[in-house]
Design a binder for this molecule. Structure first.
Ligand SMILES: [Zn+2]
Length: 109
């Protein structure tokens, strides 16, 4: 019985990954952008945003999926920063984003 249980867990795991992969492929070919943290595309994930104080004290936001946003400990600063650099964000804004993410992580209990 134990063996069957293990196979079931593995099957569910693999199915989840294939399912996710297929959905992300569809999103990719439809030209959707993706969550900088987990890489899932906007065709099947809803987006939230990490708000931060930008220039001229206007607040701006970085788009991250709601799933990642609901679990700040899972946010990977380096991964998000890499994505922002790739999108040519100015360095000072990237610093603000880093600060906002760290605040989010610190305030999450
Ligand atoms: Zn995400």
């Amino acid at each position: 019985m134990y063996f069957i249980e293990r196979v079931c867990v593995m099957y569910r795991f693999i199915k989840y990954f294939i399912y996710r992969f297929v959905k992300n492929c569809i999103g990719f070919f439809d030209g959707y952008g993706s969550c900088p943290n987990c890489g899932d595309r906007w065709n099947w994930k809803t987006s939230g945003s990490i708000t931060f104080e930008g220039d001229c004290s206007s607040s701006s936001g970085v788009m991250v999926c709601n799933e990642c946003l609901s679990e700040p400990p899972k946010l990977v600063v380096d991964r998000i920063v890499k994505d922002l650099k790739h999108s040519m964000w100015p360095q000072n804004e990237i610093e603000s984003v880093k600060m906002a993410i760290n605040t989010l992580k610190a305030t999450h209990t």
